[in-house]
Design a binder for this molecule. Structure first.
Ligand code: ATP
Ligand code: MG
Length: 424
């Protein structure tokens, strides 16, 4: 068994070894390598104390020095090197209140959450798998290291991590671990909402976003947030084919809510404003018809950036697919029974998509940036800066959304002149 790692990681291990310390890659990168997935980062665990790591490497960054972590930069990549440690009691933060360094690798692996995350590897010694991580990877099982109930009591976030890893890997939770999740579940209410949200987001952008339903089957919903607890699991459908964009996956989860309800849930979970605004807009626009004429479509496009509009179409498509699946399972006929000439919702969406492509190819103006006149142009032609100017630009945009051929500087300025002449 051999793991290929970046040569920088290997050099860090070798350098620590050369100074008489043990060193291994550990955790997520070992798990992902064994699954033949490209790891996101390469974490290193070592018997060297933080001060010793620093003196071996000279230039390091104190990223989590109180927990024994220093970062070594190699090019643009940071390698986190953490001293073997035994964790004390966890607080409601990312890290335990106290840590104790140890010279024993096994102790360090024991503090980790799941067997699949508790393996270490070095080219010299190969894989160190004390708790059956390989067995669980092969069986597709999430299992706590040690006594599950104790591990969830130490840090309740591990409950959501268990579900999140299931969603990322398509795994199942081992029975005893599952029972402990149900028993310790209420502790999740005391975990910071930022950490909860980060785990839910990782779950939603994974290849099995509908595993979010496990939150309900484990009765955790009311520990997430009051608004989240009002979601109805049977109505949740998130197409795994949707691009793994944070705002899009959250919008798909919240598409049956009103924009206010969706925003409330995200606020409870301390979501960033950018994501919140995007989700709110998608949730609001999703049930509204766009219309089929190029002008109607340009109007819809003008309400959001291109990327968001594409997301809206994908979201609408996934909604139709899921409604059709539901209808099929209830044996209601859909597309086939719709009279000729009427387009099915899916055909409508295809047509919209074709028109959007044409609009973009032609370069029709769909936002203020594409308008042939700017605020400065209007000022040059005698308008005063201020609210009126903004209104005028908006009116011009509305005009060219209807008549894209008018989007020429001279044409628009002439129209304005005529209007103002007429108004006087
Ligand atoms: P990802 O980076 O995709 O979130 P990961 O497994 O690398 O997955 P990290 O949060 O980066 O997860 O943590 C790195 C390692 O630290 C984990 O593999 C695990 O061994 C350990 N770990 C992280 N969080 C916890 C926790 N809450 N309890 C116990 N061990 C943890
Ligand atoms: Mg990681």
């Amino acid at each position: 068994m051999m793991i290929r790692m970046p040569k920088e990681a290997q050099e860090i291990l070798e350098k620590l070894n050369a100074h008489g310390y043990e060193a291994y890659i550990v955790g997520g990168c070992v798990r992902d390598s064994l699954l033949e997935k490209e790891p996101e980062d390469w974490d290193i665990t070592t018997s060297a104390k933080p001060e010793e790591v620093k003196s071996v490497f000279g230039r390091t960054i104190d990223t989590g020095i109180q927990h024994g972590t220093v970062t070594i930069m190699r090019g643009k990549t940071g390698y986190e090197v953490t001293t073997y440690r035994i964790d004390g009691e966890y607080e409601d933060g990312r890290h335990p209140k106290t840590v104790e360094f140890t010279s024993n690798l096994k102790e360090d692996l024991k503090r980790r959450d799941f067997t699949i995350n508790a393996m270490a590897y070095s080219p010299r010694e190969g894989l160190i798998d004390i708790f059956g991580g390989v067995r669980d990877l092969q069986a597709g099982t999430i299992r706590c290291v040690g006594t599950a109930a104790d591990r969830f009591t130490e840090d309740a976030l591990r409950i959501l991590r268990a579900i999140r890893f299931c969603a990322q890997l398509g795994f199942k939770i081992e029975e005893n671990t599952w029972h402990s999740i149900k028993a310790i579940g209420p502790n999740l209410a005391r975990v910071s909402k930022e950490r909860v949200q980060a785990e839910l987001t990782k779950l939603l952008v994974s290849s099995h976003p509908d595993y979010i339903k496990m939150v309900f089957s484990c009765s955790l919903e009311s520990c997430i947030s009051p608004g989240f607890a009002r979601l109805i699991p049977d109505k949740i459908f998130i197409n795994p084919k949707l691009p793994p964009l944070k705002y899009l996956r959250w919008a798909s989860l919240l598409k049956d809510q009103s924009p206010q309800e969706a925003a409330q849930i995200l606020k409870e979970l301390k979501m960033d404003n950018d994501t919140m605004d995007k989700v709110k807009l998608l949730v609001k626009m999703c049930p509204l018809p766009i219309g089929l004429t190029p002008a109607q479509i340009r109007r819809a496009m003008s309400q959001m950036p291109d990327e968001l509009f594409d997301s809206l179409l994908l979201l609408k498509r996934s909604l139709i697919t899921c409604q059709e699946t539901a209808a099929e399972s209830e044996n209601i006929q859909t597309a086939d029974t719709i009279p000729d000439k009427t387009l099915s919702p899916l055909q409508e969406l295809d047509q919209i998509q074709r028109t959007v492509r044409e609009i973009r190819l032609r370069g029709d103006c769909t936002n203020l940036k594409m308008l042939a006149v700017t605020g400065n142009d209007l000022i040059t032609h005698g308008m005063k800066p201020g609210k009126q100017l903004g209104e005028t630009l908006k009116n011009l945009l509305n005009l060219v959304l209807e008549h894209p051929e008018l989007n020429q500087k001279e044409t628009l300025l002439t129209i304005l002149k005529q209007e103002r002449g007429g108004a006087q």
